[in-house]
Design a protein around this ligand. Structure first.
Ligand code: PGA
Ligand code: ZN
Length: 404
């Protein structure tokens, strides 16, 4: 759904809200109509009616420049802990569009309106090249295999390296007789079965494109194991392979981290805090362990996770929590604890580019926004290119990721 906010001075802001397929259990609620006769129950007329009715009335007269007050009003109006009454999609659309309108009114680019700085760090893209899990109809259980152009000097070069590697991978897949159709996030979805096969292909694609593995381009992955978790086991149902205990899952991840350069592993385990703490002790000094479904961009949960030594980095998705202010809070808590942040798209995206500006504003180490196959993902990369061009010397690519 898309929201327009119009201010008294005529400034307009527009924002569209994405949707996930492999959602975390404690995410804010995305309100769908549930009417089977429209969009298979996925319509959003109720949420739209909330925006145009109750929410519009409650916000009229507030100062759009005061994002905290706007979001506080939205949260209070909804009145539930997970935004279930009005819908997180309704609230977030208004929250983001309000921020855009305020930026327009102030005559500022969105990233500068969100955070004024003398110098900005541009996030390193972590680009999904192979899709599995809930995002592809293949036999691969792990969800995402990514390349990370850590050695690129600029965003423009990082995106060129990515495009070249993406196409080198396509050629390799064709040669091997694989399908080159893509999954939900635009990475290829060949019928592989194991993580090793996927990572091996990425390594070869990087080399074929003429880059050095590790020095130029590293790897990352999101097994999205909350999708594999059934009770205290992880079931590899798509490949029809094994069922793993938590200890075996940790051992598998350790083998992969030992064998391949891995900037991060996201959601290495599911909803198992004790397991996460063991995983962090075991692998936390060697790679970033990013919490997505375990933290769901929720400041309170992240806070608890930090105090219990869970992971060492946070995935940030605006629609997991439902307002801009709470998202900024989640990022702040993470950064203050030394947790890196990865600003992320959803598998169901729109052409909205808010996350590109957000990643620059907050100085996120990484941005995860899919491959270069479809324009809802490319839109974010294009916005990052525009920001780099606009900032010139005031931007440094990858500064936050390289910081010790
Ligand atoms: P989703 O997946 O948008 O389908 O939830 C993205 C992720 O798990 O990071
Ligand atoms: Zn994830």
């Amino acid at each position: 759904m898309e929201v327009d906010v119009v201010l008294a001075d005529g400034s307009r802001g527009r924002a569209a809200v994405p949707s996930g397929a492999s959602t975390g259990e404690r995410e804010a609620l995305e309100l769908r109509d549930g009417d089977p006769l429209r969009y298979g129950g996925k319509g959003v007329r109720k949420a739209v009616a909330h925006v145009n009715g109750e929410i519009a009335r409650a916000l009229a007269g507030l100062d759009a420049a005061d994002q905290t007050a706007i979001d506080r009003r939205l949260i209070d109006l909804d009145g539930t802990p997970n935004k279930a009454r009005l819908g997180a999609n309704a609230l977030l659309g208004v929250s983001m569009a309000g921020a855009r309108a305020a930026a327009v009114s102030a005559g500022l680019p969105l990233y500068r309106h969100l955070q004024a700085r003398d110098r900005y760090s541009l996030p390193i893209p972590t680009v999904n090249l192979l899709n599995g899990g809930a995002h592809a109809a293949n036999a691969l259980d792990f969800q995402e295999f990514m390349m990370v152009p850590i050695g690129a000097p600029t965003m423009a070069e990082a995106i060129r390296w990515t495009a070249e590697t993406f196409h080198a991978l396509k050629a390799l897949l064709s040669q091997a007789g694989h399908l080159t159709s893509v999954g939900d996030e635009g990475g290829y979805a060949p019928n592989l079965r194991t993580a090793e096969e996927a990572l091996e292909l990425l390594v070869r694609a990087i080399e074929h494109a003429g880059y050095r593995l590790c020095g130029d381009i590293s790897l990352s992955m999101d097994p999205a194991t909350s999708e594999l978790q059934h009770g205290d086991r992880y079931e590899f149902r798509k490949s029809g392979q094994s069922t793993l205990t938590t200890a075996e899952m940790i051992a598998l991840l350790e083998r992969l981290v030992d064998r391949y350069p891995m900037v991060f592993v996201e959601d290495g385990l599911g909803d198992d805090w004790e397991g996460w703490s063991r995983l962090t002790r075991r692998l936390g000094s060697r790679t970033l362990l990013v919490g997505d479904d375990i933290f769901v961009t929720n400041p309170a949960i992240i806070h608890e996770g930090i105090s219990r030594g869970i992971g060492n980095a946070t995935l940030i998705k605006l629609n997991q929590i439902g307002t801009v202010t709470e998202t900024l809070e989640a990022i702040k808590i993470s950064h203050e604890a030394g947790y890196r942040t990865v600003i992320s798209h959803r598998s169901g995206e729109t052409e909205d580019t808010f996350i590109a500006d957000l990643a620059v504003a907050v100085g996120a180490a990484y941005i995860k926004t899919g491959s270069l196959a479809s324009s809802e993902r490319v839109a974010k990369y294009n916005q990052l290119l525009r920001i780099e061009e606009e900032l010139g010397e005031a931007a440094e690519f990858g500064a936050a990721a390289r910081q010790r």
